[in-house]
Design a protein around this ligand. Structure first.
Ligand code: NOJ
Length: 510
């Protein structure tokens, strides 16, 4: 078994986790102080969002130097000290790798735009006439470069210019970037929008659906993507016992799972599961996942990230029993779990009350596009509040506060009582998740009865009642309750499951 198959990961949104130097921005010094907290929770690996130098148009997902640490987060020595200490606690560290695009402030792009015959020109994607492709943040994906008189391609913000992965020099440079960070002691990478790589010179227009929305067909999963994903996975695997998780921009299981496995990356994020808008489809999707991944590969399990509203609001409707039910699913099902920072405390969304309070480019973009379309400011604000990913980016709830300085983004008033209860629940689940029973691949039994999900892992039965209160026949024999989110009444014949009940039983001899 590989180490990552037994690991519970924890996503750390760098600017929001812990500020160690009181400038209002999270950093490596603060992060290092909190390693004991992560160890107490039982975390085995952390995923750090980008910490490389960046003008931060997209909060670090616009890298301007791949071989350094942004001063906001500290120094290279701070990063190295953090990695060494995390390792001493048995915590692995993986980092975000944003290699689909670079910042327009990156030296490579500055050189490329100098002239059409610049040696770096072909590192990017240029056209005389743009096609209809839209950026994933909205608006056109092509930006006019006045100095060299061509359009460059940007699948996200116009300050995030796409690399041309057809160019072999680009590929070699990215291998160097991987080598550099693995040599620093990292344990693997989370690869940002990795199926978006530009691999062709063929730019057909994307179709537009009945609502006038663009369908992103030709600007991702381009011909050659399967082979390129396999090459990236193989390159990193060839360097040692490292882990790769791919962010695949799709919410279709078939698009997502095909890139996971020994001929791709180790795992890929299941957005079809983790970022859904309500909890209605979760049980059905897990059923599909258990079929697709019955071949020994692993799906990912998560309900939150820095790109979506927090699961406390989006999926749990602010209810602790539901939040705990989701946690039980995520930490006991077959897959690699990723806890989003603060989720273990029941942290809630931050909703900026004005566009000035907004920090996320996606929300700000949406606001500007609405105004351009002639919508009044209050309507534009509502659309932007819906789109902004600031919701999940408010600072972590620490008893002593996040920072002595003013935080870079608005804060959500903490509820420490809830935090303590949620933490204890997560901690118990994570401890159980690390036992041999929950590390076994797959399920010994998997059963869906309406909104009731039941599965057996090792000697444990997990019952998650996504529906109304009901009774179920006890066909499992002797049951011993191990952990539950509310009180459960059961005997040798029946188990009474209240609405949103989540319970783990040990099955067998008493
Ligand atoms: C996915 C990242 O998770 C998101 O935060 C970012 O805006 C885009 N990729 C572009 O890099």
């Amino acid at each position: 078994m590989k180490w990552w198959q037994e690991t519970v990961f924890y996503e750390i949104y760098m600017p929001s986790f812990k500020d160690g130097n009181d400038d209002g921005i999270g950093d490596f010094k603060g992060l290092r102080e909190k390693i004991p907290y992560l160890a107490e929770l039982g975390i085995g690996g952390v995923w750090l969002t980008p910490f490389y130098p960046s003008p931060k148009v997209d909060n670090g997902y616009d890298v301007s130097d791949y071989y350094a640490v942004d001063a906001d987060f500290g120094t290279m020595a701070d990063l190295e000290a953090f990695i060494a200490e995390a390792h001493a606690y048995g915590i692995r560290v993986i980092a975000d790798m944003v290699v689909n695009h670079v910042s327009t402030e990156h030296a490579w792009f500055k050189e490329a735009r100098l002239a059409r015959d610049s040696p770096k020109r072909d590192w990017f994607v240029w056209q005389d006439t743009p096609n209809n492709w839209e950026s994933f943040f909205g608006g056109p994906a092509w930006e006019w470069d006045a100095s060299s008189e061509q359009y460059y391609y940007h699948s996200f913000a116009k300050e995030q210019v796409d690399l041309n992965w057809r160019n072999e020099e680009v590929v070699r440079e990215i291998w160097n970037v991987f080598d550099f960070w693995l040599d620093k002691g990292l344990d693997g990478f989370r690869l940002d929008v990795i199926n978006n790589l530009t691999l062709t010179r063929n730019f057909p227009d994307n179709p537009v659906d009945a609502n006038g929305e663009q369908v992103h067909i030709f600007d991702k999963d381009q011909p050659g993507m399967d082979a390129k994903m396999a090459e990236i996975g193989a390159y990193i695997r060839g360097k040692g016992d490292y882990f790769t998780v791919g962010e695949i921009s799709s919410d279709k299981l078939s698009d997502i799972e095909k890139y996971a496995g020994t001929d791709g990356l180790d795992v890929t994020f299941n957005f079809n599961f983790g970022s859904v808008a309500s909890r209605d489809g979760i049980v059905a999707e897990l059923s599909r996942m258990q079929e697709v991944y019955a071949d020994g590969r692993m799906p990912t399990l998560f309900f939150g990230s820095h790109d979506m509203s927090r699961s406390w609001n989006r999926l749990a409707d602010g209810r602790e029993d539901v939040a705990q039910m989701l946690a039980m699913l995520m930490l006991t099902a077959h897959g690699v779990p990723f806890v989003y920072f603060g989720e273990e405390l029941g942290m809630a969304d931050f909703v900026p009350d004005s566009v000035d309070a907004m920090r996320d480019v996606q929300g700000i973009y949406a606001y500007d596009l609405e105004l351009e379309a002639g919508r009044p400011a209050d309507e534009a604000l509502r659309v932007a509040q819906d789109k902004t990913r600031d919701k999940a980016r408010a600072p972590m709830w620490w008893p002593e506060g996040f920072s002595q300085g003013v935080a870079w983004i608005g804060e959500v008033p903490p509820d420490f009582e809830r935090g303590r209860r949620m933490f204890t629940f997560y901690q118990a689940l994570i401890a159980l998740r690390k036992t041999a029973d929950f590390c076994e691949p797959g399920y010994r039994a998997f059963d869906v009865d309406g909104a009731l999900l039941m599965y057996v892992r090792g000697d444990y039965l997990v019952c998650l009642n996504f529906g109304e209160a009901r009774e179920m026949e006890n066909r499992w024999g002797n049951l011993t309750e191990i952990l539950a989110n509310q009180s459960i009444v059961f005997d040798a014949e029946t188990v009474k499951l209240p609405e949103n009940a989540a319970v783990i039983f040990k099955v067998g001899e008493q």
